[in-house]
Ligand binder design. Structure first.
Ligand code: AMP
Length: 360
């Protein structure tokens, strides 16, 4: 177990790194963020920072020497960079989880190998392969780049055959997958942690509403039978155990109209749909991740209130002064400089008691 006073290295300087650093500080741990120059809200609240490109070998070596354990706060940190750091200091979760989740095709094949249902998918490596994939998967479908897509980026919706010409170019002519469009009833996610000893603890799954491919709202509890919540937690446990994972994971599920579950994707990190745990649980997903990677016992995932988390995307953040006077509202602002379109600038959480009355 890493004692208080130890230093956690965090690859990535975004809001997730910021909230991890704040959680580490609450436990008396220090944090050291490694990120390329730019608007890095995580760097405002950490003890030390290495400002360098991920391919800067000297910076990586300095970072690895300065920390007691390392983690990553976004899944697009280059695998080579993480592998090199992992040769010098423990990186949790490991390189394997990153490798799988960075590539939608690898991820889908991994899930299929576990017998876990996903959207039907086909690999697309050029425009001709897209035509074949459409014939196999059918329409509507979504063309998604295998790598570096998030929050709906690198995706093209194909509703009819008229949308097929040009779609390959629209996703940047890069290796992609075609996913059948899932006519889901709702979307939920499981935020769960696996400790160094293999123990697993899950929060109750929130129900998630997206707008333009970006998470807008997470509500807990989700309007689903207990059996579906248990099944989602069990599938998440299998994914965690298979990867011999340490830390928090976010697994996104489609609840199909017949009640079956399909995994959309997973993120090997704390997850936006778990932000409500900051205010509705004694131990948030951020503290849970810090506990797990430091070898501490996992904390209690019980929820003392129901909750609704709403992202403040782009100009939404301009409402901060009105939100600041709203009774009972938990306001979280990330300190980013420019509210560019689609950028997550903060979030708010409203808590409710079991009868649905706002807690204030
Ligand atoms: P992703 O970036 O893959 O997580 O997609 C963002 C959101 O787009 C998801 O949360 C869904 O709301 C929607 N979406 C993605 N893939 C599919 C699919 N195969 N079928 C239906 N909706 C999807």
């Amino acid at each position: 177990m890493l004692a208080p006073g130890s230093t956690i290295g965090i690859l990535g300087g975004g809001q997730l790194g910021r909230m991890l650093a704040l959680a580490a500080a609450r436990l008396g741990l220090k944090s050291h963020i490694f990120c390329p120059p730019g608007d890095n809200p995580g760097s405002h609240v950490c003890d030390s920072i290495t400002l360098a490109e991920y391919d800067d070998a000297a910076a990586r070596a300095r970072f690895a020497a300065a920390v007691d354990v390392a983690t990553y706060e976004f899944e697009n940190v280059p695998v080579d960079c993480v592998a090199e750091i992992a040769a010098r200091v423990a990186v949790r979760p490991g390189v394997e989880a990153l490798r799988i989740s960075q590539d939608r095709l690898t991820e889908k094949n991994f899930l299929a190998g576990l017998g876990i249902v996903t959207a039907p998918f086909a690999s697309v490596d050029d425009a001709a392969a897209l035509t074949q994939a459409v014939a196999r998967i059918g329409l509507p479908a979504i063309l998604k780049t295998r790598r570096l897509g998030y929050d709906g980026r690198g995706q093209s919706m194909l509703r009819t055959v008229l949308d097929v010409p040009g779609a390959w170019e629209r996703v940047g002519a890069s290796p992609s997958i075609l996913e059948g469009f899932v006519d889901f009833e709702r979307e939920i996610s499981v935020i769960a942690a696996r400790g160094i000893d293999g123990s697993i603890a899950s929060y109750d799954p929130p129900e998630n509403l997206h707008k333009d491919g970006i998470l807008a709202i997470s509500r807990v509890p989700a309007q689903i039978p207990d059996a579906i919540a248990r099944e989602a937690a069990a599938l998440t446990s299998r994914i965690l155990t298979e990867m011999d994972y340490t830390g928090v994971i976010g697994v996104e599920f489609f609840v199909l109209k017949d009640g079956r579950l399909a995994v959309n994707e997973f993120a090997p990190r704390v997850h936006n749909s778990g932000h409500w745990t900051l205010d509705a649980c004694a131990i948030s997903q951020f503290e849970q991740h810090i506990r797990a990677i430091c070898g501490w016992p996992l904390g209690d995932t019980a929820r003392h209130s129901n909750a609704e988390m709403q992202n403040l995307i782009s100009a939404d953040v301009m409402q901060w002064s009105a939100l600041a006077v709203e009774p009972g509202l938990c306001l979280h602002l990330y300190g980013k400089d420019a509210p560019r379109p689609g950028r997550k600038m903060g979030h708010v959480t409203r808590l409710f008691d079991k009868s649905g009355t706002l807690v204030r």
